[in-house]
Design a binder for this molecule. Sequence first.
Ligand SMILES: Nc1ncnc2c1ncn2[C@@H]1O[C@H](COP(=O)(O)OP(=O)(O)O)[C@@H](O)[C@H]1O
Ligand SMILES: [Mg+2]
Length: 299
Amino acid sequence: MPDTNNDYVIMFAGKGGVGKTTCAGATALHYASLGDTTLAISTDPTPSLLHIFNIEDKQKTAKVLDGLHLAELGIGEVKQMWDRKFGKELYEVFSSLVSVDYDEFVDFIASILPGIRDEFMVDYIKELSQERKYKRIVWDTAPLGQTLGLLQTPAMLREHLKPAPRIYSKLKLGKETRRPVLDIIKGWESLSGEDMDFLRHGVRFTIVTIPEALAIEQLDSIFDEFDKHGLEAEQLVINNVIKEVTGSSFLQSKAEQQKGYIELLYRRYQGLRIVELPLFPYEIKGIDGLKDIERSLFK
Ligand SMILES: Nc1ncnc2c1ncn2[C@@H]1O[C@H](COP(=O)(O)OP(=O)(O)O)[C@@H](O)[C@H]1O
Ligand SMILES: [Mg+2]
């Protein structure tokens, strides 16, 4: 059952270049213009969220308008979070066994526990949503492969941690140091459980695609992954739809081709809310461009 207290995080997922960041920006703008304090946050390692709002310099956060904040979540923020939640504790235990400096230790943990960075990204967004500082959070993600990894991580980490108590309790640690490690592992297990719950009940997913063969093929794999983890998408955006063809045989032919794919999408994803976005004859950048997208998205 969806947790209605928590269902105001909207995530945009899809293949690279289909318009996720554009839709996320336009959606954030929409909520901000309704008076909701909104955060648009990107977990793409090569983010373009600030860029699309014409914020050119190397800032990681910005306030674009009253009530509209942008943030790009990088490895630095995730490391800080790791520090705060678990890192220092676990480091104390390990450094009593082997001499290793902290940065090396963090890299080591990240390498033996794949997906740890993704886990903390999910956890970071979960905490942001619980803080209630923003009325809306719009979550712009990396291209499909990485995002699926992000969604799988909490479940995967749980699996990964199953044998951990057995392994760690065999380490020849003193009585005082053995407990903390086991406690930390337990803490991690419950963290990944909570993060999975957050993804299931606290996030609404929009999948973005374009009417082309490759993009549509990849949709199947995203829906399969969603099913596997008990996640449900609520909306499908078909972007770059050619609406005006007058006088151009080139556009006419492109539009014909798109039509077949669009029909296929409506047939295949009947249970979903489907929204079409026109292909604009210009690049979408800055508030004015995003407003054009907003108007089509929230018609
Ligand atoms: N409907 C559209 N009409 C015209 N250009 C678009 C449209 N949607 C997206 N774009 C442009 O396509 C490019 C890729 O969009 P982007 O949102 O960055 O994709 P993603 O985040 O999925 O990689 C951007 O330059 C954007 O301005
Ligand atoms: Mg993007």
